[in-house]
Design a binder for this molecule. Structure first.
Ligand code: NAD
Length: 512
């Protein structure tokens, strides 16, 4: 146990066999089977988790409904105080939780720590927000009337999350939902359930310490079947789902059929435009981290580089050189740059994508392949690859969740922007340029069509202060900063008549 995993598991309350359903500090056993969470870093079983069941789901929902009646009446700043303490509890275990995220999911330890830091940051943000859930006042058209709007809590928020950010996505939703007065039921990815159990242990203790009822922070481990229980359940007014576009369409359909609300954070197909006036040192660094960080498994990973013909050859050769220096290996070992992909299925998808780009006419700049030999026993380590390709290739239009980067050449900026926008997804985008006209054109209404558009920053990663999400097949949802909190509340317009008359709006007369 070279990296001290066992000690971290102990600190985080992970046992050999863990029940997977919980209303807070109470865990519920089910008749379902236990399954193993396997680390892609070394192929070893970390611990076992029990699947949730229809029965454990029902027990959680009825407890959550009761808890909501208490929680919604706790003043928002007091709810914020509890979220502040959750942030502090996360600070205490940052290294251990970061290590578990890294070991269970495969991202580098540095990125695991970054993910926990993001949770701490969103807790801080939510604390401030708990005193700023502002509504507007409006001027009534009727004399002696006052009109305003207020924001009320919604109820149970279902959170369905993806494997690649196994803890941060939950906190983006939960920290905001809690200060808004909602209760949360989280279904973490079945590919990283232990990270979810660790978070549940941390947050539930804080609620318990404050004498809050069970059911404000609940967890249920399961696959898509448990996800479907949530998406079809009209007792869950908001379903926040993060994952593939395929999953998002199914969730949107199920939630839409009952006219519930969904908040969707789905796949990306992100590009950096590198113009002729770019600072190439910065462009290469941004592209490199964007393409190979988290082994290409971020929703904001850089998948396409759209490069001006005047710098195309230089960018290509400098990138190839940088890729030749990448060290692939155990993500907990800080000398390595690239860790594994999540599992064998992900490796097969990567291999299928390499084959497909070749049959479509792509040309390898840096060849891919699966790593073999000592240190790669899990079979999940793949080589980051670069291909020269065309934007219209089917494989380029598709989000392959692996470290494959496509190079595309352009002549005119308009063409580059059209290429950047010419995919079904609309999450993150960037331009590398020192030319003000190019930068502003990219940010204008005729520029990038994505939810995130950066200048001289890569596509990968974002700060919690801004609203996070994307357009088109990325699903349209916004989470985290700015006024994303509004998705977690219901707006009510109130008009109060303090006059002795009852005038109708629009001056309508109705007298007997
Ligand atoms: P996935 O779609 O396979 O699974 C995501 C979650 O959805 C899991 O918890 C899964 O159990 C659940 N699920 C699957 N089918 C469901 C159904 N029919 N009903 C309800 N729930 C269902 O995705 P993944 O492989 O875990 O994650 C990778 C994907 O997530 C990529 O496409 C990536 O771009 C996307 N992602 C997007 C964001 C974002 O903020 N836009 C963030 C992280 C990941």
């Amino acid at each position: 146990d070279q990296f001290g995993i066992q000690k971290s598991l102990q600190i985080l309350g992970i046992k050999d066999k863990n029940p997977g359903s919980s209303t807070g500090t109470k865990w519920i056993g089910t008749n379902e089977a236990f399954f193993a969470s396997i680390s892609p870093a070394d192929g070893k079983e970390i611990a076992q988790v029990q699947m949730g069941s229809k029965e454990s789901y029902e027990a959680i929902i009825s407890q959550s409904q009761k808890a909501f009646e208490t929680w919604r009446n706790v003043p928002a700043p007091q709810r914020g105080e509890i979220v502040r303490e959750i942030g502090n509890a996360l600070r205490e275990v940052k290294a251990d939780l970061g290590k578990l995220v890294s070991y269970e999911m495969g991202k580098s330890y540095q990125e695991g720590l970054g993910e926990v830091q993001e949770m701490i940051d969103i807790c801080d943000f939510a604390v401030g927000l708990s005193r700023q859930l502002y509504g507007l006042t409006m001027h009534s058209e009727r004399p002696g009337h006052r009109m305003y709007e207020q924001w009320h809590a919604l109820g149970i928020v279902g959170i369905i999350s993806a494997f690649n950010f196994p803890v941060a996505v939950w906190s983006w939703n939960a920290a905001l939902a809690w200060v808004c007065g909602d209760v949360c039921l989280w279904k973490p990815s079945e590919k990283a359930p232990l990270s979810g159990i660790a978070c549940q242990n941390i947050a539930a203790k804080v609620f318990e310490k404050h004498g809050m009822p069970e059911g404000i922070c609940s967890l249920i481990v399961g696959d898509y079947k448990v996800g479907e229980l949530i998406s079809h359940d009209k007792r869950v007014p908001l379903v926040s789902a993060t994952g593939s576009t395929r999953m998002g369409k199914l969730v949107a359909e199920a939630v839409g059929a009952r006219l519930g609300r969904s908040l969707l954070e789905l796949g990306g197909n992100n590009a950096i435009i590198i113009t002729g006036s770019a600072d190439l040192d910065m462009a290469i660094r941004g592209a490199l981290f964007g393409a190979v960080g988290t082994a290409g498994q971020r929703c904001t990973s850089t998948r396409r580089l759209i490069i001006h013909s005047s710098v195309y050859d230089e960018v290509k050769s400098r990138l190839a050189d940088a890729y030749s220096k990448l060290v692939i290996g155990n993500p907990l070992d800080e000398k390595n740059h690239v860790g594994p992909v999540i599992d064998e299925d992900a490796v097969n998808m990567y291999l299928a994508a390499l084959k497909k780009v070749e049959t479509e006419g792509g040309k390898a700049v840096v060849e891919g392949g699966v790593m073999k030999g000592e240190g790669y026993e899990s079979g999940c380590y793949v080589k980051p690859a670069i291909y020269e390709a065309e934007n219209h290739f089917e494989i380029v239009q598709h989000e392959t969740f692996a470290p494959i980067l496509y190079l595309i050449k352009y002549e005119e900026l308009e063409e580059a922007i059209a290429l950047q926008n010419g995919v079904p997804q609309g999450l993150s985008s960037a331009i590398m340029t020192l030319n003000m006209r190019e930068a502003e054109a990219f940010l204008s209404v005729a520029g990038s069509d994505c939810g995130i558009a950066n200048v001289n920053i890569g596509t990968s990663g974002a700060e919690i202060g801004g609203a996070f999400g994307g357009e088109k097949e990325t699903g349209g949802g916004r989470e985290s900063g700015s006024d994303a909190w509004k998705a977690y509340m219901r707006r009510q317009t109130n008009t109060i008549n303090y006059s002795a008359n009852l005038p109708l709006a629009q001056g309508i007369k109705f007298d007997i």
